[in-house]
Design a protein around this ligand. Structure first.
Ligand SMILES: C[S@@+](CC[C@H](N)C(=O)[O-])C[C@H]1O[C@@H](n2cnc3c(N)ncnc32)[C@H](O)[C@@H]1O
Length: 260
C-alpha cells in the first residue's frame, strides 16, 4: 500500500476537495505572477488546471505516476490552448533540476509536509530557490500543528476511526464512506494517517474496502520561519487563511516568501 498509489489516486478528487478559498487564492497568485508558474506536488491537477485555464503557463511536478496519470486524463479534456500551457514532470520536490526558472512556485494543500526529514526540507527549499527568478515568489501552505490534538494522542495507539467524508463512486455510482485514523509520533513530529474507503450497496452492505496511508511531518511556525531564512528566503507574509486573515494557532500557515 503505497502513498498516492492507483487506488487512492482514483478517489483523490472525490475525498480531497481542498481548503476553503485555497483554489481561488493560488489562481490569483498565478494570475498576478503571469507565469511561468511551477506547482510542486501538483497531484491530479486540482489547482494546476485552473491556473492554466486562467491563461498562465504552468509546470506541475509530482512524484506519483498514478496521480499524474489522473491529471493527464483530466487535461486531455481541456481546450488545446489550456493543454499547451501545461507541462507535467514526474520528480521529487526534494531533489529536482528543471533547467528553467519560474516567477512563482506554489506548493498547495500541505504537500510540503511530505518531506519527512530536515535534510529533505532544506534540499527542497534550496532547489526551489535555484528555480526562482530573481524577483520570484514562493507561496505554500501547511497546517499549523494543533497542540491540544497532538497532546491527547501518543505512542502506538491511534485515534478512533472517524467518519471523514463520503462521495459517490465514480465507476459504480455506489456510496463510498471515508474513515480515517491517525497516530502521532511526537518525538519525530510525524503523523501516520490511514484511510479506509468503504463502498456500500443499496442495503448498506460493504461491497468493497480499500485502505490508504500516508506519513506527514508537521512543522511549527518558527521552525518554518527559520528553515526559510536558512535557505535564503525573505519572508513577506505569514497568513492564517485564504482570505488573508492573520496566523492563528491550530489553523493554517500560508507562507509568502521571496529569494533574499
Ligand atoms: C495533498 S496532495 C496535493 C495535490 C495537489 N497539489 C492538490 O492541491 O490537490 C500531495 C501531492 O504531493 C505529491 N508528493 C508527495 N511527496 C512528494 C515529493 N517528494 N515530490 C513530489 N511530489 C510529492 C503526492 O504524490 C501528491 O500528489
Amino acid at each position: 500500500m503505497e502513498e498516492y498509489d492507483e487506488s487512492s489516486a482514483a478517489f483523490y478528487d472525490y475525498y480531497a476537495t481542498g481548503l476553503e478559498g485555497e483554489l481561488e487564492f493560488y489562481v490569483e497568485e498565478a494570475r498576478q505572477a503571469g507565469g511561468p508558474v511551477l506547482e510542486l506536488g501538483c497531484g491530479t491537477g486540482r489547482i494546476l488546471i485552473p491556473v492554466a485555464q486562467a491563461e498562465v503557463p504552468v509546470t506541475g511536478l509530482d512524484q506519483s505516476e498514478a496521480m499524474l496519470k489522473v491529471a493527464r486524463h483530466k487535461i486531455s479534456f481541456c481546450d488545446d490552448q489550456v493543454q499547451e500551457r501545461i507541462e507535467l514532470i514526474q520528480g521529487d520536490m526534494g531533489d529536482f533540476s528543471l533547467g528553467k526558472r519560474f516567477k512563482l512556485i506554489i506548493i498547495p494543500f500541505r504537500s510540503f509536509l511530505h518531506l519527512l526529514t530536515p535534510e529533505d526540507q532544506r534540499h527542497a527549499l534550496n532547489c526551489i530557490r535555484e528555480h526562482l527568478l530573481d524577483d520570484g515568489k514562493l507561496v505554500f501552505n501547511i497546517f499549523d500543528p494543533n497542540l491540544d490534538m497532538i497532546a491527547g494522542h501518543f505512542g502506538a495507539v491511534g485515534t478512533a476511526l472517524k467518519h471523514q467524508t463520503e462521495f459517490v463512486h465514480p465507476a459504480t455510482d455506489r456510496r463510498v464512506i471515508v474513515w480515517d485514523t491517525r497516530r502521532y509520533e511526537r518525538e519525530h513530529q510525524m503523523i501516520d494517517q490511514y484511510w479506509v474507503f468503504e463502498e456500500l450497496d443499496d442495503d448498506g452492505q460493504v461491497v468493497s474496502k480499500r485502505y490508504s496511508r500516508m506519513t506527514l511531518r508537521y512543522v511549527f511556525r518558527y521552525e518554518m520561519q527559520h528553515l526559510l531564512e536558512l535557505c535564503g528566503f525573505h519572508i513577506e507574509a505569514l497568513l492564517g487563511d485564504f482570505n488573508k486573515g492573520p496566523y492563528q494557532h491550530g489553523g493554517e500557515q500560508i507562507w509568502v516568501a521571496r529569494r533574499s
